[in-house]
Design a binder for this molecule. Sequence first.
Ligand code: FES
Length: 107
Amino acid sequence: MEKQLTDIGAAADIDPGKFTTVTVGGRGYIVARVEDRFYAVEDNCSHEDYPLSYGCLDGAYIKCSLHGSWFSLESGEPQEPPADEPIATFRVLERDGRLLLDTSQPA
Ligand code: FES
């Protein structure tokens, strides 16, 4: 599948330990920075339709604020119940200080 790269802003605009949300093609994504690495996941919990962006980060994990499941930003896998399905993860490339989100397929 061909890459679909979307410029989502400057890398410097996301501080380490923080995330932002972007909408591309009508779909919401979380783009998080952990130290100097960027991650992107769908902004939707796999347990119920609920925005993960209402939650918080701890390292490379994000917590759903509705029922408390944590998800790996790396793999999308839930770390504890009640969620038992992974969330979709996506590639983020950094080029010349810009972040490019690859929405063509989950990473
Ligand atoms: S909606 Fe996220 S853990 Fe239930």
